[in-house]
Ligand binder design. Structure first.
Ligand code: COA
Ligand code: MG
Length: 306
């Protein structure tokens, strides 16, 4: 087995995942809205937001929608029902037919769940680009996050991101909702570290209270401070704050330009450590700066497009 270079996260192509909006596949009115929304990604949900007796209708509606809609820059993610439900087989058929960018697995607790999905996609010759994301939303999922992340890397690299689900985790643990998420932070950070250990992106949980945008902004700032790439959203009103807080701010962009330019200066060729205004800057900071600037370029490239 070859070992991964310690900084391989920075070789991972940059992708914008600041705002990941979930839409119940059964809600036709909401489906029709998404092409007008400035989110980076859309999760079309067949799981928790669709009632048991509406699953078939939802699949039907979603397939037709995906086959006839150009979502532009938005990453197309389908959240399916788990393998031990009666809906799994039909959900998989939809995935193989609609070929979204990503399939999102709910309530992942064991590495084998991700491996089985990777195998299944491979058997059906799904494009190598079809990625897997895993929801980490149960106590066992949190405890096994590192094993899940590690196995996803070695199976065939389809595993690309974790999404934390706090509604299920609150229910299972008994931790009540509360501003600041004090007692949930250790779990959030555990999932974050497990994701980063194997180069995955990691998306913060939904906030249920979509009318309280002040509380939402605070939670976005907290998620950003914890290192998350973005946030799963339930309502269009949450998109702007997520894009703002999880996007690079002016100060970070200026710093990244300074670091990248300074390292690119021929006078510093061959140096791994340099002094910028009394601060030690290492070559690893230049890699980080390059990654951030790649995201800025993605945001800029989008500005003129619908
Ligand atoms: N995606 C796209 N459009 C959405 C949307 C979403 N997630 N949520 C709401 N909208 C639309 C509504 O259809 C409505 O459109 P309209 O004005 O044309 O009727 C508009 O935004 C305003 O919606 P609002 O009246 O404020 O809320 P609502 O009562 O229609 O919907 C929820 C509230 C919570 C039911 C809805 O936002 C939702 O289903 N969110 C996703 C839930 C989900 O996926 N949960 C599972 C994962 S945690
Ligand atoms: Mg859930």
């Amino acid at each position: 087995m070859t070992s991964e270079p310690s900084s391989f996260r920075f070789h991972h192509p940059s992708r914008l995942r600041r705002s990941v909006l979930t839409v119940p596949a059964i809600n036709e009115r909401a489906l029709q809205k998404v092409t007008g929304l400035d989110c980076d990604a859309v999760i079309f949900d067949l799981e928790d937001s669709v009632a048991e007796d509406r699953k078939a209708d939802a699949r039907h509606m979603l397939l037709e929608f995906l086959e006839n809609t150009d979502l532009g820059h938005r990453e197309r993610i389908v959240r399916i029902n788990a393998a031990d439900t009666p809906h799994f087989r039909d959900d998989m058929a939809l995935v193989l037919k609609a070929l979204p960018d990503t399939v999102l697995l709910p309530k992942v607790e064991e590495p084998v769940t991700v491996q089985d999905m990777a195998e299944s996609l491979g058997e059906h010759a799904a494009a190598d680009g079809l990625r897997i994301w895993a929801m980490i939303e149960t106590p066992r999922g949190v405890l096994n996050a590192a094993a899940i992340s590690s196995s996803g890397r070695t199976s065939n690299s389809r595993l690309d991101a974790f999404v934390v689900g706090l509604n299920d985790l609150r229910k299972a643990t008994g931790i009540p909702p509360e501003p600041g998420r004090t007692y949930l932070v250790p779990y959030l950070m555990q999932v974050m570290l497990a994701a980063r250990a194997y180069g995955l992106d990691v998306i913060d949980s939904v906030s249920n209270d979509f009318r309280d945008l002040e509380a939402f902004a605070a939670e976005c700032a907290q998620g950003k401070a914890m290192g998350f790439d973005g946030k799963m959203l339930i309502h269009p009103a949450q998109i702007e704050a997520a894009n703002h807080h999880f996007g690079p701010n002016e100060a970070a962009i200026a710093e990244a330009r300074l670091v990248a330019d300074t390292f690119a200066d021929p006078a510093h060729a061959g140096l791994n450590v340099i002094n910028i205004d009394g601060r030690m800057i290492e070559r690893l900071h230049a890699e980080e700066a390059t990654r951030l600037l790649a995201k800025v370029a993605l945001i800029d490239a989008r500005k003129d497009k619908p």
